[in-house]
Design a protein around this ligand. Sequence first.
Ligand code: NAP
Length: 141
Amino acid sequence: MRGRRAGSIINVASTASFQPVPFMATYAATKAFALSFSEALWEENRAWGIRVMALCPGSTETNFFKVAGVDTPPSNISQTPEAVVETALAALARGKGHVISGWGNFLMAEAGRFVPRALVTRIAGMILRKRYKPTEVNGKS
Ligand SMILES: NC(=O)c1ccc[n+]([C@@H]2O[C@H](COP(=O)([O-])OP(=O)(O)OC[C@H]3O[C@@H](n4cnc5c(N)ncnc54)[C@H](OP(=O)(O)O)[C@@H]3O)[C@@H](O)[C@H]2O)c1
């Protein structure tokens, strides 16, 4: 790509890139990596005319939830894959280093900047604990 002075890479990250996600700890940590890695490569390669972007979708209507063995989220908070791809390609054309798909997802992800990280993690834990029904620890679930 550097030789051609052209090229585009989209790494699929997630809204989970923006905060720890208890009960999906490894998943969210890999998505934080994908976001940070992509943004660094975006800056390193801009001078070569190469576009690198992290795409950060929220809930999207794919096989993801079935494969993960968890409940599908309500359709009113999910996007279609087509809408996510449209957002991604428009952001790539504008030369963005990352894009969060959907206004609701954008507000949720960015809101985390304004509150303590511990609170964000506790809230994520409260939401995910209900969905993942972890086994009991010390009499508490
Ligand atoms: N859906 C969401 O709500 C959501 C939200 C945020 C981010 N994402 C991200 O979006 C990306 C795509 O997920 P999706 O929602 O489209 O889920 P999906 O419908 O389950 O698709 C996952 C795809 O990855 C392929 N795959 C899985 N393991 C693989 C492996 N080891 N090597 C090669 N290919 C493999 C699967 O191929 P096979 O079908 O052949 O197994 C499938 O085509 C993922 O990175 C996910 O983390 C999804």
